[in-house]
Structure formats: structure tokens, C-alpha cells
Design a protein around this ligand. Sequence first.
Ligand SMILES: [Zn+2]
Length: 400
Amino acid sequence: MNTSFIIAMLYCGLIGTSAFAQKKLDPSVDLNIERLKEIVAINSGSANIKGVNEIMGKIKPWFEELGFKVEFLKNPDGESVSAPMMVATYTGEKPEQISFIMHADTVFEPSSPFQKMEQKDEHILKGPGVIDDKGGIIVLLQSLRDYLVPLKSAGKKPKYTLMVEVTPNEEVGAIGWAKTFEDMSKKSWLALGLEPSFNMGGIVEGRKGNVWYEIRVKGKEAHAGVDHAKGINACDILADKITQIKKLTDYKKNITVNIGHIEGGQDKYNIVCGWAKANLDTRIPSPEARKSLNAKIESILKDAQIEFKIVDETAPMSTNSISKPLIKKYLDMIYKVEGKHYEAHVSGGVGDANHFARKGIAIIDGLGPIGSGMHTIDEEIDLRSIQTRAKVLTEFLKSL
Ligand SMILES: [Zn+2]
């Protein structure tokens, strides 16, 4: 047995053969698969602003031909921070909005060894960004086509105004867009994220939030042999604090702390360490957890020799009374289309959808295609899921 055959069998087993029983694809699906290949072939690492722009230029007419009005927003933090964000709007009967969130950038910069696309077999396409998140853009295009074309030919408008947001720097924390997301969230009653499906088919009902701390310790250098007592060892202080901070991880409560980097002193043996620095990542499931974790960290870091600041923060996204029935409905629709039960998960990873979190909005993410290996050189998509996940989304939109 060759490997692609085994992979094909594995996929059938995981996704359920009935999911992909359709033999003939709608020609529009074939067209969208070709479009996926076109955009995967363009490098769009977040820092490759030219590449991200090229993707935006490619997809703009694809949304326009569906009747969307497309505009580009410059990054409020400056044009060197990221490419512009593409925003496509389709006015519905009601001004209330449904936001669709996805991103054009990938983690694979031009310097990455992973640049090439590879058709592993009839259904499996490997390539940088193929599910995260270029496949998500394509699932949405397919779904909006299936949703809007029949409406248009019947002379009707969609019930809600549709707003598509294709962001240029999701993979590096969407720097610059906090206010933009906040404004978009206020206009939306529902936000749907087209990030890849979770764990080969599940959807995402929550995303942990994060807070990043930069910790700096000021010590005092001294001769380690002659004047040891006159020095203040910043490395020692930092090590003490890290030992206390690391105890705050609580897997049961979905809270983690992670020291990602430390540095300090000179590259010597005989000088008392004069300074030290650490980068601390914390992940929390709720605003309450953020508050209590932050209080504990602050009390640990309360020290005359220490200065710290929060360098990045994203609110957690969680379910509410509006989203819960919608999540159930979505999972039921997946079962109808693919014949397999999937679950809704809380992801530890932060995404653009987090920025839409506020009271009174329903958010569901992970509505993109099925595949695996995101952020690795093994990233691949099951192309059949473009058709099935687009159909699920279309049926869901029709049901609202
Ligand atoms: Zn992504």
C-alpha cells in the first residue's frame, strides 16, 4: 500500500465515508479549489507585506463578483506593521450584521523551508496556509456563493448584512486592529470564524485569552569573589520569582503560565548578575480567571528590583446564552451533511475571533476546512471538506 492510499483511508475513517459520498463536485467547487491553489502558491508570511497584499488583490474580485462592496483599511499602527485589512460588505434586509473572520497571512515567511504545494493524492493537498487560513477563505467563498446566488436570482436580499474581514497579520497577534475589531464587534450580533476545524472536524466554541508580561530585574554588579556581598544578583531574584510563578499553572481550570525566554547578566562567571529579563505568557479561560491570575502575578512580582509591563493582551472568547443554541445547531448541520458527530471545543490558541468577544455577541470559530498539521511543514487539507463545510455554513445561514 502506498502512503497516500493509507492517508486516504485514514481520512475516510476519521471523517466518515458518507461525508464525501458525493461523486461529482459542483463546478463552482472545482473553481474554488483552483483558486485555493492560486493563493497557496503565493507566500504570505505575516511580515511579507507584499505577499499578503497580493493575496488580498487576488481575492478582492472573487468577493466583488458575488456582489460585495470591498474596501481596504490601513493598519492604524502604520503601514509598515502589516498589509491593509480587506473588508467586504453585502447589505441585507436588516442592518444587524454577521461578521465572517479569516486571515490572509501565514506563519511561513519567505525564509521558511516550507514553500511548495504538493497534491498528495486526489483529495489531499499539502501547502503553507492551505487550511490556516487560505482554505477558510475558500470555504467562505463557496458558501456565500451557494447562499447568495439563489437569493439574487429570486430578487431577494439576505436577512442580515454580511461583513467579511480578511485580516493581514493574525499569526503575529493582529497588531494594530484592536479598535477596528471592537467597532466591528459592536455592529455584529454574530461572528463566525473560518479558522480550520478543530482536531480533524470539530468546531471552536471558545478560545482562551492571553496576557504577555515582560519582566525586568535590576541587580547590581560586583566582583563575585571579592565583593560578593555588595552585589545584588538579578538572575537569582528572577529564578526565585519564576519558581513561584510556575506554580500558577492549573490544567483543571484551563489556566497556564509559561516562561518563554530568559536572559541576564554578562556571559561571565565572576560577575554578580546585574540584570535579568523574562517573557511570561499566561492563558486564561475567562475574565474572572484573568483578574485573579493577574493579582497573583502582581503580588509575586512586587519587589523593589523588579519592573514589569503587559506587552500584549487578548480577551478570552467564551459561550453565552445566544451562542449555545447556535453551536448546537451548527453541529447538527455538520451531522446532516457529513454523517458524523463532532464536538465544540475550547482552543488554547488565540485567534482574531477573540477580539470580537463582548457581552451580547455570539461567536463560533473553526468553521473552515478539515485538515491537519497547521503551523508545521505537514500542513494539509482534505479538499472534500471545502464542499461539505461550505454546505454546512450555507444551510446554517439559511436557517437564521
Ligand atoms: Zn489561523
